[in-house]
Ligand binder design. Structure first.
Ligand code: ZN
Length: 278
């Protein structure tokens, strides 16, 4: 385990927010950033991720829902950039990159898990196996860089964002999504222990994420709190609907969008989506 100071303002004046036998979450008294401290060091994190195997069976069952989500993301990106080179950091088995490739983006990825990276590569995508910290990115070479649910896992988000800033072309766009801690602290305080995960080293709010992006040189184009787009399949399965039904029910992708809008009206905004420009 290691002790760290705030990644945004560098001070180490904090108050405890959640203490359990699993971890200790603190909030910086300077800027409000919520982070794990002390936290696993690099070696221990390496051990977690060696066995970090995303639920592929679940992914394939919910493929149509994921495709809806990717379409939404690519449509949103298109408002700012209409093509070119796209890098997905934490690309997993490459589902998002496949969708982007179908839309004529020139795609590449970075993935920590060698198992997932191999699967992504087998479908013809160029993938670097390792972390963003280890990757060697050429300056000014990408039009768009995406990070879906990655920033909360990084050891030093500020360092990674500066590296991403350098790797983008002038006017290039960073798109990212991360859990929305404003929502969880307000509405799920009794369930925080379930929501907070040992591999989430940071828990961002709109305010702290904006500040981090701006400190790294970015101009925020759009930052909004939204309902998570993929929980429909998980929700149905929790209520006993079998995976193969989730895969084949014809109306799922149809009810997804109105359901998300409804949940947004109820304020169930579990994620923050941000678009920022170099
Ligand atoms: Zn701070």
């Amino acid at each position: 385990m290691e002790e760290v100071s705030c990644d945004i303002c560098g001070i180490d004046k904090t108050k405890n927010i959640v203490s359990s036998d699993k971890f200790n979450i603190v909030q910086c008294q300077g800027c409000g950033l919520v982070y794990m401290n002390p936290r696993p060091d690099k070696r221990l994190l390496g051990e977690y991720y060696a066995n970090y195997y995303s639920d592929l069976k679940g992914h394939y069952e919910e493929e149509r829902l994921y495709k809806c989500r990717f379409k939404e993301r690519l449509d949103a990106i298109k408002k700012y950039k209409n093509g070119g080179r796209l890098l997905d950091i934490g690309c997993g088995v490459g589902f998002f990159l496949q969708s982007a490739k179908e839309r004529k983006w020139q795609v590449s990825g970075i993935e920590l898990s060698s198992l997932s990276a191999d699967i992504a590569r087998s479908s013809g995508v160029d993938v670097f196996t390792g972390s963003i910290e280890d990757a060697d990115l050429e300056s000014g070479s990408f039009d768009v860089i995406t990070m879906w649910h990655v920033i909360e896992h990084l050891q030093r988000p500020s360092g990674a964002l500066k590296k991403i800033y350098r790797a983008l072309k002038k006017g290039g766009v960073l798109a990212l999504e991360t859990p929305n801690m404003d929502y969880y602290f307000k509405f799920k305080a009794d369930k925080l222990n379930d929501v907070l995960r040992r591999e989430h080293l940071y828990n961002f709010s709109s305010r702290t994420l904006t500040r981090l992006l701006e400190n790294s040189g970015f101009t925020v184009l759009n930052l909004e709190q939204k309902p998570s787009g993929t929980d429909l399949g998980g929700m149905l399965k929790k209520y006993g609907v079998k995976g193969y039904l989730v895969k084949h029910l014809p109306f799922l992708s149809v009810i997804r969008e109105p359901l998300m809008r409804f949940r947004g009206l109820l304020g169930q905004n579990e994620v923050i989506v941000a678009y920022a420009k170099k």
